[in-house]
Ligand binder design. Sequence first.
Ligand code: NAI
Length: 483
Amino acid sequence: MDYKVADLSLADYGRKELSLAEHEMPGLMEMRARYGDSKPLAGARIAGSLHMTIQTGVLIETLVALGADVRWATCNIFSTQDHAAAAVVVGPPSSGGSVDNPQGTPVFAWKGETLGEYWDEAEKVFDFKDEAGNLIGPNMLLDDGGDITMLLHKGVEFEKAGAVPGQDSTDNEEYKEVLRVLARSLENNPTHWTNIANSILGVTEETTTGVLRLYDRFKEGSLLFPAINVNDSVTKSKFDNKYGCRHSLIDGINRGTDVMIGGKVAVVCGYGDVGKGSAESLRGQGARVIITEIDPICALQAAMDGYEVKRLESVVETADIFITTTGNFNIIGVEHFKKMKHQAIVGNIGHFDNEIDMAGLAKIPGIVKDEIKPQVHQWIFEDGKKIIVLSEGRLLNLGNATGHPSFVMSNSFTNQVLAQVELYTKTDEYPVGVYVLPKHLDEEVARLHLDALGVELTELTQEQADYLGVPVEGPYKSDHYRY
Ligand code: NAI
């Protein structure tokens, strides 16, 4: 079995945390109970790219319990929990695996990868082989942020063009690595990515940013296979993005800085789902929270939730903590850094690191980057002013802490499992396009998480159901209902 993780001897610790997480992930455990015998994913070869955390370990082992073959990389250089990666490689007790003889799932991830390593490992999730050792590739993708979907599409695009652009064609250091990996594969086999793409039945995408990329591709006619947008299941974005960030934002700031948050002024850029959870997270600690927004609806929501809504320029000199949550780019730039207070804390919880202009920060004349500990740096200006940047501008809740807790991820990942089963078993019903799961499945995911919280759900009478015009057993809301 091939794999690349930091330290396999962490597997025992990882396994203990995996079993704690299983208890907190009732949706995924129900998937195992319901489909463990019928194995609807038998024959599925799933290439996965999603933060390699303990919760993701439970997801991977659920996909395997449903019959899938899986290969896995992380979708962020800082987010891997090394003990989770080790435990998944060694395998659950039922696999008979051990540190000396791993029998689990191939994982290619460790905390603190370089960008070059990240893209080398991302490529490896495509290396499914048959028993004779011939490359057969995956037939399903499971993505978070769209990196492996992008790698595959770019590979096909360049193979059609017959060449990969040179690395000097871009200033983007990360994209240079993508071009390097694709140039290498094109040299070895000019139809490598095209062959793989031809066998892909579909992709299930986890997050807002990845979903945006999929709709863009579909609109421009370049999407190669159907996709399920897991993010926009209500039980994903209205829970993970909101309540997950409410938990893990503050966790990341605390572990990174241990600074007293009560009384400080915190600016949250963006008041979408992640922004709402982040603002509540900071307010819960007693911070005075200010929101920036470009959308009048979200700005009005923020105001009516009791937050001040300002432009960044108006508050940049006085605020103590800055958090970006927009999924957009260039939110905090050099001019902002220059005006910030001494020891202002800057972090991002959106998917990519381009919300904060880290390259511009590094180019400020005389500035020095000083590591306090991994993923916590102070940037010292010529005049002695320091700015603290968390996770080098990458999502800090996974870089400085351990991401969202299991219970909320059980909601997200139950959607992922249902989406994989849906695309894999009903391929003919999904022509190329981007879909969300039907509402009855969304309601089912929520239902699976009620007992654990002691929720008593009221049942409609037949008369009430007729009055509302909905079935007694649901779905209860129209597709345009916004929750
Ligand atoms: P969203 O679309 O609901 O919210 C983003 C908000 O930012 C929108 O309201 C938008 O109007 C606002 N915005 C855009 N440009 C802005 C600007 N220049 N200034 C101020 N506000 C601006 O998206 P969602 O679901 O909140 O996701 C945001 C990002 O977080 C995405 O990149 C997503 O992939 C990522 N994400 C990260 C998670 C984590 O654990 N770190 C979890 C879930 C999502």
